[in-house]
Design a protein around this ligand. Structure first.
Ligand code: NAP
Length: 242
């Protein structure tokens, strides 16, 4: 049976790269976005050209009922789910001393609740298929340290790391493998030469991570990695840590 894959946040550059990388071998890919329907609609012909069926969906995943509707839609269209890739996680840059409770809650909802909401509703189908869940944190997430300008984002991503390990342990006996990718600084969009140089100076490798490198790691994880690779936080960062 061909693989059925759901990518949340497929409208992001990393999500797009993952879709293109996984679009082979007769896979079917459900592409989720929140606002940017154009980004995932434009992706569809590229997937079709690679022999991949796709389906586009727009949901605000901070709401559990919308996460449920999205999973229902994927099952309605593809009939099963083998791989869930929780890419959603917009960076939130905000000084902790100026942040309001509403801003805090919004950042945590976007970066932590979205992942829980989707996984909660997807679990039964992934247990049926003995599938994969791939979450997204960041390189260095396991370090306890101060992040005064991005505390909510980092606290939420630390939560993702804990959820990843917890789901990994809970679902491994049911044949579901849960891991997280921890990107470093990723070169996205129209980065100027000056910006690229500034990023590169912070990275031991000497250049930012390319979205295709993240995508290739996801592909390896869900196709070739050893069956015992479960509950891992996999850095793809050129040795940079946040
Ligand atoms: N880029 C980096 O350097 C970097 C570094 C470390 C970790 N990461 C992690 O890697 C992942 C991808 O990063 P990225 O920079 O490519 O992401 P991004 O460009 O910030 O994209 C965020 C995604 O979240 C979606 N989204 C926003 N609000 C949402 C909501 N309420 N409900 C559902 N979806 C919502 C957006 O959809 P719409 O655009 O359609 O609204 C978009 O697809 C994230 O988890 C990020 O934290 C990235």
């Amino acid at each position: 049976m061909a693989q059925s894959i759901l990518i949340t946040g497929a409208s992001s550059e990393i999500g797009r790269g993952i879709a293109l990388e996984l679009a082979s071998g007769g896979a079917s890919i459900a592409l989720h976005c929140n606002q940017n329907l154009q980004a995932i609609t434009e992706l569809q012909p590229l997937l079709t050209a690679r022999g991949c069926a796709s389906h586009v969906m727009r949901y605000d995943l901070t709401h559990p009922d919308q996460a449920q509707s999205m999973i229902d839609e994927v099952i309605g269209v593809f009939g099963h789910l083998d791989v869930l890739i929780n890419v959603v996680g917009p960076f939130h840059y905000h000084d902790i001393t100026e942040m309001t409770p509403d801003e805090w809650q919004e950042a945590i909802a976007l970066n932590l609740h979205t992942c829980f909401n989707v996984t909660y509703h997807a679990q039964p189908y992934l247990c049926e298929s003995r599938g994969h869940i791939v979450n997204f944190a960041f390189a260095g997430v396991e370090n306890i340290k101060a992040w005064p300008l991005s505390a909510a984002y980092c606290a939420a991503k630390a939560g993702i790391a804990i959820l990843t390990k917890t789901w990994a342990a809970a679902l491994a006996p049911k044949g579901v493998r849960v891991n997280a990718i921890c990107p470093g600084l990723v070169e996205e969009g129209a980065v100027t030469e000056a910006e690229r140089k500034r990023m590169a100076e912070q990275i031991p490798l000497g250049r930012p991570v390319r979205p295709q490198e993240i995508a290739a790691t996801v592909k390896w994880l869900v196709t070739e990695s050893p069956a015992s690779m479960i509950g891992s936080l996999i850095a793809v960062s050129g040795a940079w840590e946040y």
